[in-house]
Design a binder for this molecule. Sequence first.
Ligand code: 5RP
Length: 239
Amino acid sequence: MNRDPSAPAMTQDELKALVGRAALAYVEPGQIVGVGTGSTVNCFIDALAQAQAQAQTRIAGAVSSSEASTQRLRAHGIAVFDANEVGELAVYIDGADEIDPRGYMIKGGGAALTREKIVAAQARRFVCIADQSKWVQTLGRFPLPVEVIPMATQRLIRQFAALGGEARVRLRDGVPLVTDNGQHILDVHGLRIADPVAFESMVNDWPGVVTVGVFAHQRAHVCLLGTPEGVRTIAFDTP
Ligand code: 5RP
């Protein structure tokens, strides 16, 4: 899609809305769609609801990666299925905090990373929708979210410190944020993740880690990147 170069620059919210609408091209009528979490996905959910209302794309429903997305989907009258009720999904659509030129991502800014990874693993294709601020050459600028079991917190903070990272417990209203799974989030600052596949495997092996927010094993197949020139579609090579 090309825009008029004399048009005023688009805001980040407008870029999110643009890629949210563009993701509709990956949704087939009658499908059950995997739906991620976050402000960009909210744009996708709203676009999906509008398309349903206009009878352009009538899906059978969604598998959702968070309570927040479930509420939004249901508010639009879109059925939400439990992941165990359905088989493989054709597509999973989600945002990212960072995405690199190989389709590796950091996710979990919305604390939904564990369910996001579960639904992504159930889908044949991961379509990442992101505004251009999320594009990086090497993962690590965004503090890495890690969902952890609270009794392991202090040891995991020391393990990240040994890697040169500073892990902080994510707070909400002055107390540790509790995820949809009843666990806590560490945000790890100061990492540079040169080998996301090895890093993800290593951290996932640490006792007390529920999920690390590196999505390398569940990387994106396609990224719809919102840029001032329009949506750039980036397909990643299969490994
Ligand atoms: C939630 C996520 C989101 O995809 C990520 O934080 C991006 O969010 P947004 O679209 O609001 O920028 O991983 O856990």
